[in-house]
Design a binder for this molecule. Sequence first.
Ligand code: NDP
Ligand code: GDR
Length: 368
Amino acid sequence: MKKALITGITGQDGSYLAEFLLDKGYEVHGLIRRASSFNTDRIDSVVNNSDNVNLHYGDLTDSSNLIRLVKEIQPDEIYNLGAMSHVAVSFESPEYTADVDALGTIRLLEAIRINGLEKKTRFYQASTSELYGEVQEIPQRETTPFHPRSPYAVAKMYAYWITVNYRESYGIYACNGILFNHESPRRGETFVTRKITRVIANISQGLEVCLHLGNMDALRDWGHAKDYVRMQWMMLQQEQAEDFVIATGKQISVREFVRMSAKEAGIELEFSGEEENEIATVVAVDAEKAPAVKVGDVIVRVNPKYFRPAEVETLLGDPSKAKEKLGWVPEISVEEMCAEMVASDINKAKQHALLKANGFDVAISKES
Ligand code: NDP
Ligand code: GDR
């Protein structure tokens, strides 16, 4: 039975990857952080239903912990998905972001080396399209130069190159998946797609009145996390370690994702105004689907507090290498993904609305 260690197992990708590896017959080990409240929601069902998942307390900032865990587990594969993964937050916490995202990667690679596992343990690094930042070429491929635009992306650039360096220096099977944005109903609530589907769902059920966003012109190449974790595993099953771009090859704007999500929830929107004054007004509504919404309601506004000190305006990946060498193609379209996310968030919003209607106190988190 192969053993895999996943950092970031409690996150979006970690939870899908754990399920995927268990299906493949792996013994899965996951690093979890001690928190003041439960932080294992995304993996509770898989942990409760399998004897092959083992959770270990630890942190990417704690070398001795990582060295000991790698020694005890002797993993065949390590997936380094753990990170302070929010680009906007990295401007608030740049040093911590570097510690976790950049140095955390070298700590893990050193744990492999210190334990003499260079020939046994394969290493996957969660690299990112944010490396391209101010894009130098459209679409972006493995050979496109990097120009990171945030403390997060700069930290991930160190992680990218140290992974390449340990492959070249010590012969470790170490590779980077340069993944473009990928989403799902399990996406963190403050990333833009999930914020949109969550707040639109709440608005449709009368729990919130307006969605406040930053730059709606931003263009992203959005795929589904389920498709992308499959590729993370595929990358570790080759003869030679190599880096791959994982993307859909299509892009849409944040505004288009808002329009698509609202339509899924039975709401037709018209956008007007520019930049900080842009709004979206309801022009038609399916009263059965969105009982709390009326024609003429303004349900989307721009709030400059969500603008970033430096923005990544456009990202579009070229996944040809992954297709040619690994036969990987994404199976879930952005439209299907959006529909799945809206349905999931409407389900949650309906539960909250029902509780509220029956006199229970329901606090809707405004953290965004
Ligand atoms: P999430 O934010 O959902 O998950 C991040 C995970 O990292 C969580 O399990 C979190 O734990 C854990 N973590 C955070 N800080 C530490 C730390 N100090 N020590 C140990 N673990 C820590 O991210 P995703 O699942 O979306 O992304 C997975 C990886 O892929 C990340 O590295 C991200 O940067 C990268 N990536 C993501 C893309 C995307 O579009 N989703 C695209 C490209 C790259 P906790 O639950 O306790 O907070
Ligand atoms: P990103 O994702 O920064 O690409 O990083 P995010 O969803 O946060 O932003 C995408 C784009 O939407 C714009 N935007 C907003 N973003 C957020 N979060 N909240 C808003 O209100 C809002 N309004 C507009 C942003 O400015 C941006 O242009 C994600 C993370 O998962 C990273 O870890 C990963 O490496 C990259 O994707 C690829």
